[in-house]
Design a binder for this molecule. Structure first.
Ligand code: ADP
Ligand code: MG
Length: 263
């Protein structure tokens, strides 16, 4: 069985002249086509590091990462990244230019096709009115929409999102979550989404990987968020279960078999 993304026993370390930091230890999970797969864990548990490695910006010291069975060794257009920071856009380019630029760089589309694709995705994130605006004139939420459009327009195998809404105010964050889910309903793209918010994980994910810190390890996996939290009051109950799993000292096998704890 070849998964869309397979993270197989991945240990990631940072070497500084003074110390060796183990960011994650033997983390394994897989992502299926059209999954909204969430990495959830407290700050410092290695979520960003894992995403960097999936992006091909960092090599595992142990284990392997595979996309459609091919080992990841470098960045590629099959994996596009959206970050938390609002400054991920090119400030001297307009919304349109930011989105179309990587499409033109790949050389896979004609100029006209690239332009059309860019306009299409700008429309999908409701930014047509701001298509000629420069980033500094946009709100945080609008900037994140541009970054999402830019990533999605490349139609990657998987979209990697590192706390993309964490720096937004609560109301805007909520709206962006809804919009992301609407985009997913339209196009069924595959996303690997990082967050430290349990509520966000439940809202966004169909599957959630729970990670423990220092070094980041897999604590448990919620295999079917909808059936675990979809009933009345289910989301609140699931939130509490996840909280207890994340912060329990030993690895808990929850009574509810919809939450599967790893050994
Ligand atoms: P998260 O995204 O879950 O908050 P990170 O992946 O950013 O966690 O960090 C995981 C661990 O790796 C932390 O202990 C952090 O201090 C360490 N770390 C992150 N980046 C570096 C780096 N460039 N050099 C050394 N240590 C780092
Ligand atoms: Mg991070």
């Amino acid at each position: 069985m070849t998964y869309l993304l397979e993270v197989d026993g991945v240990t990631l370390t940072y070497k500084t002249p003074q110390i060796l930091v183990t960011a994650t230890r033997r983390v394994s999970f897989h992502v299926n086509q059209s999954d909204r797969y969430v990495l959830l864990g407290p700050s410092g548990c290695g979520k960003s590091t894992l995403l960097k490695a999936v992006g091909g910006y960092m090599s595992p010291t142990e284990g392997e990462i595979r996309i459609k069975g091919r080992k990841v060794t470098e960045p590629g257009a099959d994996r596009m990244m959206v970050f938390q920071e609002f400054d991920q856009l090119l400030p001297w380019k307009t919304v349109f230019e930011n989105v179309v630029f990587p499409l033109r760089v790949t050389g896979k589309l004609s100029r006209q096709e690239a332009d059309e694709r860019a306009r299409d995705y700008i429309e999908k994130v409701h930014l047509t009115r701001a298509i000629d605006a420069y980033p500094h004139t946009l709100s945080g939420g609008m900037k994140q929409r541009v970054a999402i459009a830019r990533g999605m327009a490349m139609e990657p195998d998987i979209l990697l999102m590192d706390e993309p809404f964490a720096a937004l105010d609560a109301l805007t964050r909520r709206r962006m979550q809804d919009e992301l889910l609407q985009l997913w309903a339209d196009t069924r793209f595959t996303v690997l989404f990082v967050t430290h918010s349990i509520a966000e994980a439940i809202r966004i994910g169909n599957r959630i990987l729970l990670m423990s810190p220092h070094p980041g390890q897999v604590k448990a996996e919620v295999e079917d968020v909808e059936s675990a939290g979809g009933t009345e009051g289910g989301a609140t109950r699931l939130e509490r279960q996840i909280h207890d799993l994340l912060f329990s000292e030993d690895k808990v096998q929850d009574a509810d078999d919809k939450v599967v704890a790893y050994g």
